[in-house]
Every structure is written in structure tokens, then in C-alpha cells.
Design a protein around this ligand. Structure first.
Ligand SMILES: [Ca+2]
Length: 500
């Protein structure tokens, strides 16, 4: 009923034509609950945060504020991002379209690259609709000035243009870095320096805390306006750095690296708590749609394990579930149920249509589905029948419980040491598969950890999914640049090569 009456309010001119509003309500009729007003929107995107690294998703890391978001909103168990690494995920997230449609296939290795200027961002749409728009944190969609967030739909920007930077000078007392012998990370590159708008500034305090202060400041300044605030702290991406304040709360975590990582997750949780408290202070909590998610799975390329995507297989860079299925929570007291867990197949690409629907804005993406009716239980259909991933030539697809992944074979030997080591440039173009591909099919209902390849038992499923992939690829562009980076993984006894 909410959905229908809301539609009527927004399409005021069509009320008479469609008869949404009864001309004379029956005297005994109960008063329909009014549609929620267009909300403010706050999205918090963690970075390389594992599916299993939040309390409510099974972690021992204390994350009371994120857990509370889940209790006050809807928690997704099958929510995905459109890439298994940072930059292409953000290209999808910021446009609401598969980034492969416009060639943003891999993490950019050339700093002249930027999100193609013909791509309109979600922030562009909301800016056009009169929202105040802010981005605080990591952009990772181009360092050169034409690609700057202030030219891509944001009224305000505070953060880094690249994908990684230092959190603090770890030579300072009260700081911790792992590995400890690591040279202190600097902010020397254009991509690493902190910017307030276009201006490069010096920041000495722990960066996650500074980003939290800036988020609260944005809410304080714009409490009387409608705003879209995208918060993209790089936490807990490497370098692993934390302060005493957070380390004290994770002393129960085993492993030196895992403990610093956990402290960073706690700092991210405090950040979420600060944002929610700021909304509450201004009495905006009920009418603000808050979303929390990670940009991809956690990593496997440190000297010891630091994080977990449990119960999922794979990590960042992998098109196994642990690479792209992420913690994903939506909270909107005025417009969504509270304390629900939702199991339908959903994507971060859907946030665009969801925000648009909540705000009465028309969304124009073939890839983005309004999640609201699904999360409200108004339909039992999942938002997506299929989801797709491609880091060409590797490609993957979900169809209900089925997951298929086609990945390049190689005869390069996996080097000793930690997994996920980056290989030097390839001798052949990585958009080719000179040694063929391995195809795996998993039944996630029976095998959530993707351990048992059932492709041979279900050739008809493999064939169907290959047809679906072919149809999807027909709508994509060739990658804008050739990626020469990759890493190796042993899959079903075959060494395969991941690209990112
Ligand atoms: Ca990331």
C-alpha cells in the first residue's frame, strides 16, 4: 500500500487518470499509512572488508554499531558487488551500471585513466534533483583533474583520488603497523595525498577518525537540506595501521596481523556509530536511508591470514563468492522493515535504482533494480535472476543457487610464499586464453564454500549459463586498457590465472 500511495503522491498530475486517490473515502476506512518522505541517503562503503568480519555475519571482532544497523534494518546474505577489486566495483557503484559496459574492467594501472566522462554518476542524478551531494574517502576513478569528484556530481569532496594511502605516520607513539618492519607508508603520490576539494592538505591524525569527523561535519552543516552522502573510507585496506584506542579492544584476536586488521574494523565500526549518532542528533534517523557494505572481499596476500570471508571461498580478486559477496545492510526506519534478514540475489548496482525510487527520481540503468519492494516483502521474486562478473577473459555468473566461473589456465608455477603474489607482465595479451580455460560449476545450496565442481554432472546448466553469458557480453564494451597484472591460484588441480 505504501508503494502505491507513494507513487500517487509523486505522480500528482496522474492521480485523476489512474484513480489512485478515491474521490470520497468511505467514512469507516482506516487511514492508510502515509508514504515515507524522500529520505536523505548515506552510504558507507568499507574497503577489502571480509564477508565474515562483522559481528552480525559471524565475526569475533566487536562491531556493535554495524550490528545495530542490521537490527534496525535489513541484512542481506546474498548481496554482491560488481567486481572483486576496488576500482571497477566503484565504477559500477557510482554509475549503477555494470562497469564492463564502458570498459572499466580492471584496477587502473595508468594514472592518466579516469571514469569515462560520458558516464553519468548517481551523484550527478541526485545533484540534478536538488540534493546536496558529498563524497568523503576514496574515489579511485581517476586522478587527473577532469575526473575529480567535484566534476562528477559531488558538491563536496574530502579524501584521496587513488586507491590506497597511509592512515597515520606509524613512527608516532601509540600507533601500530603490521608487518612492523615495513617501511612507513608515505603520501607522496598524487593519488595518495589528502584533498579537501581540490586543495592538498596535511592530515596527521588517524585517517579513519578524520573521515568520521568530516562525515559528521557534513551532516551537521546540511541537516536542514536533503543530502546524498557517500562515505568511502579506505578502512581496512592495507597498509595495516591502527592506534592504541582500537588495539585495546581487540586483544582477544589471535595473530599480530589479524589483530591490527581487527582494530581497523573496530575503527570503521566507530565511524558508523558516529554517523548514526549525528543523524540522531538532528532527528534525521527515521528519514535517512543508511546503507553499509564492503567494496570487495578480504585479502589473502599477506604473510599470514588476517581476515575471513567465511563461510565463502576465495578472496579479493577471485570470482569465487568470497571475492564479491559482501556484508550488505540497509536501514530506513520510515521505509523498510527492521531486524529482517533477506536472502535474495542482490547487487550494489541496485543502490542507484533503490535510492532513486525512495527519492522519487527516475533511474535509467538496465542493471539496477529497486530493492525496496523486495526488502519489504511485497514480492517473493529475487531482485536478480542472474548476476555477472568479468575481468576479461575470466568471467562468472550466478543463477539462483548456481555459480559458474570460467578462468584462464596457465603453466606458470605458483611461487613459494603467501598466495596472491602479483605476477610480472604476461607474455601474451590477457584478453586471450592461449591455454584454454577451466570451467567450474558450484551448487551453492549444497556447497556454499565452492569446494565441489559439479560441471560434469550438469552439462545442461553449464550450457544454459554459457548462453546467458554470451547474451550479457553482447552488451559490453572491450576493456579500455589491457591489463598485464595477474595472480595464480590452484583450482580443481589446475593452475589458473586471475586478472585484476
Ligand atoms: Ca577494495
Amino acid at each position: 500500500m505504501n508503494h502505491r500511495s507513494r507513487h500517487c503522491v509523486l505522480a500528482a498530475g496522474l492521480i485523476a487518470a489512474f484513480g489512485c486517490q478515491p474521490s470520497e473515502p468511505p467514512p469507516e476506512a482506516s487511514v492508510p499509512s502515509p508514504a515515507p518522505p524522500p529520505p536523505n541517503i548515506v552510504v558507507i562503503v568499507g574497503d577489502d572488508l571480509g564477508y565474515g568480519d562483522i559481528g552480525v555475519y559471524g565475526s569475533e571482532i566487536p562491531t556493535p554499531h554495524i550490528d545495530q544497523l542490521a537490527r534496525d534494518g535489513v541484512r542481506l546474505t546474498d548481496g554482491h558487488v560488481s567486481a572483486a577489486v576496488c576500482s571497477p566495483m566503484r565504477a559500477g557503484f557510482h554509475t549503477g551500471r555494470y562497469q564492463n559496459r564502458f570498459g572499466w574492467e580492471y584496477n587502473p594501472t595508468d594514472h592518466d585513466l579516469g571514469l569515462p566522462l560520458d558516464q553519468k554518476t548517481v551523484a550527478n542524478h541526485f545533484q540534478d534533483a536538488g540534493y546536496v551531494t558529498g563524497l568523503i574517502g576514496k574515489w579511485h576513478l581517476g586522478v587527473p583533474e577532469p575526473y575529480h569528484p567535484l566534476h562528477r556530481g559531488f558538491d563536496e569532496f574530502y579524501g584521496i583520488l587513488g586507491g590506497v594511502t597511509s592512515y597515520i605516520d606509524s613512527r608516532l607513539p601509540g600507533t601500530h603497523e603490521w608487518p612492523a618492519e615495513r617501511a612507513p607508508t608515505t603520501r607522496t603520490r598524487e593519488s595518495q595525498v589528502i584533498r579537501d576539494g581540490f586543495e592538498v592538505i596535511e592530515v596527521e591524525e588517524y585517517l579513519t577518525d578524520v573521515f568520521a569527523e568530516k562525515a559528521v561535519d557534513f551532516i551537521d552543516r546540511h541537516a536542514d537540506e536533503r543530502f546524498l552522502l557517500m562515505l568511502t573510507p579506505n578502512t581496512p585496506h592495507t597498509p595495516l595501521q591502527a592506534t592504541d584506542e582500537y588495539m585495546e579492544r581487540v586483544q582477544h584476536i589471535e595473530g599480530d596481523g589479524a589483530r591490527v586488521y581487527a582494530a581497523m574494523v573496530v575503527s570503521l565500526d566507530d565511524y558508523v556509530g558516529d554517523v548514526v549518532a549525528a543523524l540522531r542528533k538532528h532527528d534525521l534517523e527515521r528519514d535517512t536511508l543508511v546503507v553499509f557494505l564492503s567494496d570487495n572481499g578480504c585479502i589473502d596476500y599477506m604473510a599470514e591470514p588476517i581476515c575471513t570471508n567465511a563461510p565463502l571461498a576465495g578472496y579479493k580478486r577471485y570470482h569465487l563468492e568470497g571475492g564479491h559477496r559482501v556484508p550488505f545492510i540497509l536501514k530506513w526506519p520510515a521505509g523498510l522493515p527492521q531486524g529482517e534478514v533477506y536472502h535474495g540475489l542482490a547487487s550494489a548496482l541496485d543502490l542507484y535504482a533503490t535510492f532513486a525510487a525512495a527519492s522519487g527520481i527516475e533511474a535509467d540503468s538496465p542493471d539496477s533494480v529497486d530493492l525496496l519492494p523486495h526488502l519489504r516483502g511485497e514480492t517473493s521474486e529475487p531482485p536478480h535472476e542472474f548476476l555477472y562478473w568479468r575481468a576479461a577473459p575470466n568471467i562468472a555468473i550466478r543463477w539462483g543457487k548456481w555459480k559458474m566461473w570460467k578462468v584462464n589456465n596457465t603453466n606458470i608455477e605458483i611461487p613459494a610464499g603467501p598466495p596472491g603474489q602479483v605476477l610480472p607482465s604476461m607474455a601474451y595479451p590477457p584478453d586471450d586464453s592461449p591455454m584454454g580455460q577451466t570451467t567450474v560449476l558450484y551448487d551453492l545450496e549444497a556447497d556454499i564454500g565452492e569446494t565441489s565442481n559439479v560441471a560434469d554432472q550438469h552439462p545442461e546448466i553449464v550450457e544454459r549459463l554459457e548462453r546467458e553469458l554470451e547474451a550479457w557480453e553482447a552488451g559490453l564494451s572491450a576493456p579500455l586498457w589491457v591489463n598485464h597484472r595477474g595472480t595464480l591460484h590452484s583450482l580443481q588441480g589446475q593452475t589458473v590465472q586471475l586478472f585484476f
